[in-house]
Design a protein around this ligand. Sequence first.
Ligand code: UT7
Length: 330
Amino acid sequence: MYASLKSIGSYVPEKILTNKDFEKFIDTSDEWIVQRTGIKERRIAADDQATSDMGALAAQKAIERAGIDKNDIDLVMCATLSPDHLCMPSTACLISDKVGIRNAMAFDISAACSGFVYMLSMAKAFIESGAKKNILLVGAEKISSLVDYTDRGTCILFGDGAGAAIISATEDKNEAIIDVHASADGKYSDLLITPGCGSKYPCRAENVKDKLQYIKMAGNEVFKVAVRTLTKDVVDILKTNNLKSEDVDIFIPHQANLRIIEAVRNKLNFPTEKTVFTVAKYGNTSAASIPMAINDAYEEGRLKKGDLMLLDTFGGGFTWASALVKFGGN
Ligand code: UT7
């Protein structure tokens, strides 16, 4: 039995925050942001919209497109760094409820931007072992709730949104998740971190006053490790599977910074027409970035059944992951 990515869906909130909007409240410019990141605008969730609300809308779309009965879903996983609640219930439980899935195992994973590809690795193992048959994966983020809008080094980068996929058992190798590589190295944990509101610096007035609840990033150092790691990831997974860049139909990298994507793409000789770029319109949506990008490629008609996708991602932890996936949807 193989695991197949049968469908994809996404949801983006209506509100758009443009680079020009930032010029009104921080010392920045549209020109700087476009030049250094490639980002032009990002979506921001409504005040009363939580991560699970966006995740549920993306999930509904993925379920509909897979053409399966939601009662046949036996596992729901959600990757997020902006859960509705810090400890419990998990965002996966809330999404299950909103979608109407009962009695399925449900839990969140914490792997920052690499979360969606980490989940693919688990979904593959659950299905190949015969333990589960239909799995709903959701990458959903309300990162605007973790961003310090006075910190110009981070606030311009992030956006909100959600992506979801159905992974089902199949006997057809031509629509299977071929391989997933996922790794981490905690020695870099301080370079990209939300220090507060966990057990180390609890959500108390003094820690909130020090703004420890917000994302802190040593941008330039993260940038260098990201380029190095994302490139090595692709080289390794292609080599392990005796494949070349030319064998890949569509390259879908994590959408953090256009310069990072371009550095990796050029090193590996992926043509622009085989690469998916969504960073200009959504910014960095962390765990939602990869499924949102797959969704846009699908909706643009760039993804056909059997196409070989190469996914590549990197994030806080540090975590990183790559995957070779034959698209199993219609
Ligand atoms: O998803 C997880 C992975 N995340 C990433 O991969 C993000 C990686 N990092 C980046 O994308 C980039 O490092 C940034 C876009 C965050 C920053 O770009 P950079 O080219 O690395 O700039 P820098 O941090 O070296 O800063 C250069 C200058 C600094 O000024 P000084 O010290 O040279 O006077 C910054 O203060 O740019 C300044 N700067 C800004 N200027 C205008 C930083 N942010 C801004 C801003 N507007 N928004």
